[in-house]
Design a protein around this ligand. Structure first.
Ligand code: UD1
Length: 353
């Protein structure tokens, strides 16, 4: 029995593969490598010493996807695959609706056909829109502020309807706060395509000299120092949350949402200071206008995940910064340099890492 990981080559997906393999799970990865590289999976193999099957599959192609279910005994699915850049989603909403919503529908259809009804879904704290209360608990009002957020919210609703229609389904909706950090080895980490949108990859690229200075989006928010406050969570803690969610969906049917955050908020300036301390590198910055759509403060109430899943984040901001820095300094060009012909040959069809 295997766990299918869609988008397993991506940032959170690859870290989750490691935790699953280390916990003794058999995994099968499906990825179209639109936002990721097969090299991350080769490194998952290097870190864990374990082999696993990999399919180059686009979830939009139902026949290809079905082949994965025919050739393997899939017990449950962790569904990471999707597009995630807010700004881009505003420019090309139809592509986002297709890549996120239609492909999830196709995945659920194939799962249903093969009687696989256990699903862990990558949602996001973005479904809280402008939060009405801080810290944010799962029963807060939901809203979307952009097409990306709307895809996450719509998928949550679709999955709730799916459970409503058939109580054999068991679905965990994991609402991630702000994942940063990387695996201790420095072999895998976040690799933004083009200019980084998110804070930590931007900081690390300034630190290695690829970018000149950090633009801080506004210092007039009603926060301790005027800069935006977020709940940064170490990606390895986040990955571990998926194992706990998997245990839950394996035991109890239902559809339930969980915040995966630390419950602590740090401002942009605090993150910059923590990073400078961890790396011993000065981060030049300038204050610029607020980014449209940004909120002042966002951090989780993680109580429900602690009680219902038995999970809580263990790593602090120092470790997050150190691990982000190790990853970036060991891989100044991300996975780029490591991508070779052998990898591309392997991933043309099903490969084994
Ligand atoms: C962003 C997305 C959110 C998505 C999440 C996924 C937006 C508006 N929100 O969240 O929907 O779920 O990423 O990872 O894009 N900052 C700077 N300078 C930068 C980058 C960021 O000052 O160059 C600030 C932001 O204003 C914010 C904080 O850093 O206060 C964190 O930003 P970011 O890492 O982009 O995450 P979110 O905006 O919380």
């Amino acid at each position: 029995m295997a766990i299918l990981i869609t988008g397993g080559a991506g940032y959170i997906g690859s870290h989750t593969c490691i935790e699953l393999l280390n916990a003794g799970h058999e995994i099968v990865v499906a990825d179209n490598y639109i936002n990721s590289k097969p090299e991350s999976l080769r490194r998952v193999n290097e870190i864990t010493g374990k082999t696993f099957k990999v399919y180059r599959v686009d979830l939009m192609d139902e026949l290809d996807l079905e082949k994965v279910f025919i050739e393997n005994t899939i017990e449950a699915v962790i569904h990471f695959a999707g597009l995630k850049a807010v700004g881009e989603s505003v420019q090309i909403p139809l592509i986002y609706y297709e890549a996120n919503i239609i492909s999830t529908l196709k995945l659920c259809n194939v799962m249903k056909k093969h009687h696989v009804k256990k699903l862990v879904f990558s949602s996001s704290a973005t479904v809280y829109g402008v939060p009405q209360r801080i810290p944010i608990s799962e029963d807060s009002a939901l809203s979307a502020m952009n097409p990306y957020g709307r895809t996450k919210l719509m998928i949550e609703e679709i999955l709730a309807d799916l459970y409503g229609s058939d109580h054999d389904w068991s679905i965990a909706l994991l609402r991630y706060f702000n994942p940063i950090g990387a695996h201790k080895s420095g072999l895998i980490g976040e690799e933004p395509i083009g200019m980084p949108n998110n804070l930590m990859p931007y900081i690390t690229q300034v630190a290695i000299g690829k970018l000149k200075e950090l633009n801080i989006y506004g210092n007039n928010y009603p926060t301790k120092d005027g800069t935006g406050v977020r709940d940064y969570i170490h990606v390895v803690d986040l990955a571990k949350g998926h194992l706990k969610a998997l245990e839950k969906v394996t035991k109890i049917p239902g559809v339930d949402a969980f915040n995966l955050g630390t419950g602590k908020g740090y401002s942009v300036l605090e993150v910059v200071a923590a990073f400078e301390k961890a790396s011993n590198v000065k981060i030049p910055y300038k204050i610029v206008s607020p980014r449209p759509g940004d909120i002042a403060v966002c951090y989780a109430d993680p109580t429900k995940a602690r009680i219902d899943l038995g999970w809580n984040a263990e790593k602090g901001i120092e470790e997050m910064c150190i691990d982000s820095w190790i990853w970036q300094s060991k891989n100044p060009n991300g996975y780029e340099a490591a991508f070779n012909e052998e990898d591309s040959r392997l991933v043309k069809t099903a490969g084994i890492f």
